[in-house]
Design a protein around this ligand. Structure first.
Ligand SMILES: *[C@@H]1O[C@H](CO)[C@@H](O)[C@H](O)[C@H]1NC(C)=O
Ligand SMILES: *[C@@H]1O[C@H](CO)[C@@H](O)[C@H](O)[C@H]1NC(C)=O
Ligand SMILES: *[C@@H]1O[C@H](CO)[C@@H](O)[C@H](O)[C@H]1NC(C)=O
Ligand SMILES: *[C@@H]1O[C@H](CO)[C@@H](O)[C@H](O)[C@H]1NC(C)=O
Length: 387
């Protein structure tokens, strides 16, 4: 504890961020209330993705679509009663909204979670980077208006298009110093242009990357996990959220895993620039594999973006790291034949499960029709035959 305290006071206010991060645990220096497991040792996370608010603001079905999305959001919250909510990107259909009231749609997007007083945070998607609004503006707005509940931050990453990279600790109990689990959030950037008839110009070059930044983010993961190891003598189990899926998802997609498989053969994945695969998504993926360390530290890497995918899989090709899809929580955005009933993905973290030699986590899809499906336990036994 003494060491932790020392490390926290080391950075000077004026020190550049990169320097202060090299010796600070960024997820502790936030002044936020500590998140803790409940009395039964559980912490339930509900992840909504691709809510796509504001898609049709000038047509009569637009507002009704958003009402529908809020209904999905409320039903799932009332059925699941989570301890934490993640909005996993594409919070709004940003290319269709007006810059001067874009954030009004964010208010609608957060509302059911805020009304139930559930802490939350967000990742940001390709539809959250547009000419009307961008990731940093969404982060600033969330921090300014929802600071009592929101844990969203920007630790590193290029502003304003790729700055939503941060982590949030969850403790077994309030007095603990070492978290039981860390939720990591990453910014997969990309940009969505409105209609050419709106007079839009080319995509800003600095926004046109379809993957998590390959320079600062892997370095951030390495630094932060090294400090965790130093201070806590361990790197806690990790639940990872990023809007656009990692490229290994393409390789895992054909495997027989429970959940929708509607965007195949090729769920759109990270690594593309102007439609050409660059390989520049690999440094981020490698940093996640290092974080996992072959010990099962990474419980799951969960993405949205491909509305018709809602499975979890792991295989040798993903170095045993489970990759999950969120499904589709919004009435906005495209719909595939088997994913018409909207859903969220739920993770039930349990202290006993996390303290196993190789930690495990239970996950399922929770639907607006109040059905739960595709329940699996991610860990060494899951899809063992492919690992
Ligand atoms: C809203 O939801 C209802 C019930 O699912 C559906 O019939 C209707 O088509 C939806 N409307 C829009 C605009 O999404
Ligand atoms: C935003 O402004 C547009 C244009 O005035 C309007 O049609 C729309 O309803 C507004 N949206 C919200 C959420 O206030
Ligand atoms: C990507 O395409 C856009 C528009 O077609 C162009 O302006 C830009 O230079 C391209 N970027 C790269 C790195 O090729
Ligand atoms: C609810 O929707 C899910 C997903 O489409 C489906 O599997 C399930 O059968 C539905 N449940 C009911 C009661 O209609």
């Amino acid at each position: 504890m003494l060491l932790a305290a020392l490390l926290l006071v080391m950075p000077v206010a004026a020190a550049p961020l990169a320097h202060s991060l090299s010796c600070t645990l960024a997820g502790l220096a936030t002044g936020k209330n500590k998140l803790t497991f409940d009395a039964r040792g559980n912490f339930k996370v509900v992840s909504f993705s691709d809510m796509h608010f504001g898609e049709g603001e000038e047509v009569d079905w637009g507002p009704q679509q958003d009402v529908n999305t809020s209904r999905v959001h409320s039903i799932v919250l009332d059925n699941e009663k989570p301890n934490y909510v993640v909005f996993n990107g594409d919070l709004i259909t940003g290319e269709n909204v007006f810059a001067d009231n874009a954030t009004k749609y964010l208010d609608q997007m957060y509302a059911p979670t805020v009304a139930r007083n559930v802490p939350f945070s967000s990742t940001h998607g390709n539809h959250d980077n547009t000419l009307a609004i961008n990731h940093q503006e969404e982060i600033d707005y969330e921090q300014a208006h929802y600071s009592a509940l929101s844990h969203t931050r920007s630790d590193v990453g290029v502003k304003p298009w790729g700055s939503g990279n941060y982590w949030v600790p969850v403790y077994a109990k309030k007095t603990d110093v070492v978290p039981a689990v860390i939720m990591w959030f990453f910014d997969s950037r990309a940009f969505t242009m409105g209609k050419p008839s709106d007079g839009n110009g080319p995509i800003p070059d600095a926004a046109n990357f379809y993957w998590v930044d390959e320079n600062v983010v892997p370095q951030y993961i390495k630094q932060q996990s090294a400090v965790m190891e130093l201070v806590w003598k361990k790197v806690p189990p990790a639940l990872v959220f990023v809007h656009i899926p990692v490229q290994k998802a393409d390789i895992l997609a054909p495997l027989p895993s429970p959940g929708d498989h509607d965007d195949e053969p090729d769920p759109a994945t990270q690594g593309f620039l102007n439609g050409t695969y660059t390989g520049l998504d690999v440094p981020f993926w490698n940093a996640l594999v290092d974080l996992d360390g072959g010990h099962g530290t990474v419980l799951a890497v969960t993405s949205g973006h491909d509305h018709g995918e809602s499975w979890c899989a792991r295989a040798k090709a993903s170095s045993g790291v489970p990759i999950c899809f969120n499904g589709h929580s919004g009435y906005g955005g495209y719909v595939t034949p088997n994913s018409q009933v909207r859903n969220a993905r739920v993770f039930e973290l349990n202290l006993g499960d996390l303290r196993k030699k190789v930690p495990v986590v239970r996950t399922w899809n929770s639907y607006e029709n109040s059905t739960i499906t595709d329940e699996v336990v991610l860990g060494p036994e899951y899809m063992k035959e492919y690992n």
